[in-house]
Design a binder for this molecule. Sequence first.
Ligand code: ZN
Length: 798
Amino acid sequence: MKPFFLLSLLWCQFSWAIDTQPLNKNQSIDYPSIARIHFQHQKQLQSLDALSDVWAVNQQQQFAIVYIQDPSTLQKLHDLDLPMYLDHKLMAQHALDQQNIKANSHLSNKMGTGIPGFACYSTVEETFQRMDQMELNHPNLAEVLDIGDSWEKTVNGLAGHDIRILKLTNQSTIGDKPILFLASAIHAREYATAELNTRFAEYLLSQYGLNADVTWILDHHEIHFSLQTNPDGRKQAETGLLWRKNTNQDYCSPSSNDRGADLNRNYQFEWATGNDQCGPTYGGSSAESEPELMAQMAYIREIFDDHRGPGINDPVADDTSGVFVDIHSYSQLVLYPWGFTGSLSPNDNQFQALSKRTAWFNDYLPESASDLYPVNGASIDTTYGELGIASLVFELGTSFFQDCNSFESTVLPDNLDALMYLARVAQAPYKQPLGPDIENLLLIPNVVLADSNIQVSGTANDDRYSQANGPQSTESIQSVTAYINQLPTQATSGTALAATDGNYDEVQEDFNSTISTTGLTTGKNLVYVHASDGLRAGATFAKFVDVVLENEVAHLTGTVTDALTGNAIPGGLLQINQSNALTVSDGSYSQWVQPGQADLVVSAANYSSQTLSNLNLVAGTQLVQDIQLHPFCDIFSDDMESGSPNWNNQNPWAISNELSVSPNNAWSDSPGGNYSDNLNLSLTTPAISITDAQSLEVSYMSHCDTEAGYDYGHFEVQFDGGSWQEISTCNNQDQWQQEIEPLNPPNGSNELKLRFRLTTDSSVTRDGWHIDDIKVKASGSLCTALLVDTIFVHGFDN
Ligand SMILES: [Zn+2]
């Protein structure tokens, strides 16, 4: 590398950092600028919020990200006398975003290309088109409603937008259905929010009839989406403006980009007058003064019953149904009422359970909204405070203009799971989150002839709570119950499922029982399962059992054996075209499969799984497939208890007893304290021989307590001394988690090294990265020698 290039790299790194010295009162800055302002108590944070545009708040580190648009804002911030550090990294990102939007602005009126520069986010028009498409493709499940007009449409009937609702439910099943209401994009600039909800709606429709949970949820619930809650404002934000409010010209001045009302301060409950009409949180001239909100609240009052008593401290009854979620960005939070006061709501216990279960899925911090900073006239205070709806806010991701890569890889999948959980418990959100969850529910076989037995297995777990804001109390599992074609909440009787270890007496319990399908009609039947901790039953989980006629399905049979020894593999799982089967003691299996072309996936504990592609399954015929699986053998294992020789650890990486899984030791990047700023330090394993390995799997325990969005752990691999490849990154994860990574070695590879590398930026430090219990497993002929050795050592005597 040439010296000047190295220098420019160093300079780049520096220019992307956060200032180490606070902003001097006489210092001149560029506009706009973005700064971290550190505060010591909530009052100061409230002042910040009143004076400026607060983008995000980090409560643990006690700083706010603040947008400084002009000299007068800077002066007001200086007057607060709080340390202010320019964030060059965010400024550079913001400038890049603006360039990106500009460079793609020629696409702005072309349907289907998304927000310029952010192709993964639909524009308002595209969102409306996708809503219409859902209604067109699924007329019995989806309906689009026009519930009012945006501000621009109320003053000029031709321009502006309709306020539209997408309602999903199976219109053939009638009755009083619990409601999940999902709102998004009330703040115009929060790009990812509408997309998450739109994708959730499309996911539900695409999985109806295929996924048992989606099917019962749409059969027995209504899900209402307010996808583009603030369409006028959103059109401004789509041009790259940081527009937050609606576009009401009566506030501030008609042509100002600071005009409009903050719709999420315009709700009725504890609404308060604001005096700065140009400020980002101006709440309108009176509660529900804005047409977008008037329409939304009229609709909500029509579809939800009122379950709240007259007093501020009247709790909502435990069996109340319905959930409201207002999706915002950014900060990675799950918030619950109250927002207007630091006092606890009368349902605080239940909100803690609901938010901690939800945050288990998206890994966000669960906290009360006022812990962030107190606000008046916000959505969830009104939906909970007025009507008693269990209400949450999500603050998605790490940026208003979240890049599409991280949206697709993290924000979307994590939050789809969180929304799915809320749909599951919408029938009793104040009660079910206090009861246990079900994991790994499996029915085998699930495609059966009439009058068969099926095995129901899984794990009941009362402990699936986020621990990020303190522990939640848990109880032992007392029972697990299955119900066929009857929702547990409506069923008269179910079948008790037995604990695998004989007794239900722990917080986490495996269950395994046989139930009969006698009396079920041909076609897909639903098996519902829920668990109880004695006090409360938890969320409902379901799977299909497909009762078939023999001449209408294919019959797949064969054996599964060990590729090295030829021994039968009992308990192997075969999955094909939604049909599951297990091998029995002689390694044989037999399963009914719906006809068609499909892939067969075969897996078993301690074996490398195998896929047989495009099997042709013909109704009324039998297909025989004998499968050999290659066993995994351990080729590297280190629990850090015996000194870990031959590792390469850059100082201060060391083995320490600060935190560990297998007692007493683990690697730590910063034993006994926090890591430092501006680091790039790695820990590398010795070379691991992988000659003749067919497939590899690395597992390790990771505790990655770093600053969210800035400081990262990178897990990397290297084959035969080649270039390092990043496999995964971690950050902001302050509990132990097992990471399992399958690796694909290039053909003919002989040697593998693993590297754990910590990178940190120029401010805010945390405890850091701890690594324990690393294992590498391989399959292939490399295992032959190892396994023969094991057999010899054990001497066949067991
Ligand atoms: Zn927001």
